[in-house]
Design a protein around this ligand. Structure first.
Ligand code: NAD
Ligand code: TDX
Length: 340
């Protein structure tokens, strides 16, 4: 049993990962999160009283705060998911992306190394490889060619992790995953945005011609891959993770409308995202061969299950949209927990 520090555990993938660790492993988990707009402790309501779970509010770019957290909690393993994660926001203002994704990752690497952390899993993205044409897939040896401020800041963090391994023999591993979907995804990303808008009878904004392709993966498949890499991955390696589910955006949007019994008149074509990557597709042969991982969920079934989750959990995303979720930390945790 280890003590695992998960950064960004109040976000979409992080909260699913914390839940998976507590349910399927015996580890104890410290969730370290700044609670930006994307951090929502309501995502972890069901596990917050678990004695193996602790929450710390802190910024990964704040070195003194990180030193305090590592000295107090002494984690053996770090799984690093904290990031600014939304491409459209990075187009409007890249500064938070550089601060958190680049500087924050370096601070975390330094402090984790000083404290003798035995394994550091850096959760990155397929977007660092850039954009594909009609054919081909990203492998771990595909050159980095990020196109957005978001993906460039993630590529910067990947290179700093690589440098920590090569320069300091720091036991770090990088994962690069394709587009996730599932419960607790912030409704600014394609799938939850389209579901919530359709449920409210609002327009569904499709960028450009809607023919961009993403390789979709159900979030728990990604979380299982991260857990396997954490347990059995090789230091200094990169592992690609993907869902074998390439779909055009328009297909995804039409499927959501069909599942909700809404008409295609809700679709609204809008101005394209600047620098919009055309296609992503992941070759995950390496993690399949080395660690025996494969995605378990097929896209159509898991998308239907996801749509059902947003229908059943309407108060969750309505509280996100109204901003009410921001008060949860204060009312639920106010004064009781130490933070950075
Ligand atoms: P998210 O935006 O839902 O969550 C990010 C979390 O990080 C939030 O809880 C936020 O409060 C926290 N955070 C942000 N800045 C912080 C800081 N300075 N200090 C501490 N915490 C901070 O993101 P997500 O979609 O769950 O993505 C998690 C990770 O996985 C990211 O690193 C992202 O790049 C990567 N990733 C995401 C996808 C995807 O499809 N969503 C795919 C591949 C990789
Ligand atoms: O309103 C929209 N309309 C639209 O057509 C939104 C929000 C998106 N889109 C398109 C843009 C993309 O082609 O849908 C596709 C998916 O968009 P996002 O959900 O914003 O995801 P993407 O830009 O592909 O990046 C995501 O996957 C990789 C995550 O946000 C990243 O954090 C992750 O690294």
């Amino acid at each position: 049993m280890s003590k695992i520090l998960v950064t960004g555990g109040a976000g979409f993938i992080g909260s699913n990962f914390v839940r998976l660790l507590l349910a399927q492993r015996r580890h104890s988990v410290v969730n370290l999160d700044k609670l930006t707009y994307a951090g929502n402790l309501e995502n972890l309501k069901d596990v917050e009283s678990d004695p193996r779970y602790a929450f710390v509010k802190a910024d990964i770019a704040d070195r003194p705060a990180m030193e305090r957290v590592f000295a107090e909690h002494r984690p053996e393993v770090v799984v690093h998911l904290a990031a600014e994660s939304h491409v459209d926001r990075s187009v409007l203002d890249a500064s938070a992306f550089v601060l958190t994704n680049v500087l924050g990752t370096q601070v975390l690497l330094d402090v984790a190394r000083q404290h003798g952390v035995q394994r550091f899993v850096h959760v990155s993205t397929d977007e660092v490889y850039g954009s594909l044409g009609a054919t081909g897939k990203f492998s771990e040896t595909t050159p980095l060619a990020p196109n957005s401020p978001y993906s460039s800041s993630k590529a910067g963090s990947d290179l700093l992790v690589r440098a920590a391994f090569h320069t300091h023999h720091f036991p770090a591993i990088i994962t690069r995953c394709s587009n996730n979907y599932g419960p607790y995804q912030f409704p600014e990303k394609l799938i939850p945005l389209m579901i919530a808008n359709a449920l409210e009878g609002k327009k569904l904004p499709v960028y450009g011609d809607g023919r961009n392709v993403r390789d979709w993966i159900y979030v728990t498949d990604h979380c299982e891959a991260i857990a396997l890499v954490m347990e059995k991955g090789r230091d200094g390696e990169v592992y690609n993770i993907g869902g074998d589910a390439e779909r055009e955006n328009l297909h995804v949007v039409r499927t959501i409308l069909k599942l909700l019994g809404r008409g295609e008149d809700l679709i609204q074509y809008v101005k394209d995202r600047p620098g919009h990557d055309r296609r992503y597709a992941i070759d995950h042969t390496k993690i399949a061969g080395e660690l025996g991982w494969r995605p378990r969920h097929d896209f159509e079934t898991a998308l239907a299950r996801t749509v059902e989750w947003y229908v059943q959990n309407r108060p969750w995303w309505e509280r996100v949209r109204s901003g009410a979720y921001r008060t949860y930390y204060e009312t639920q945790y106010g004064g009781r927990l130490k933070g950075g």
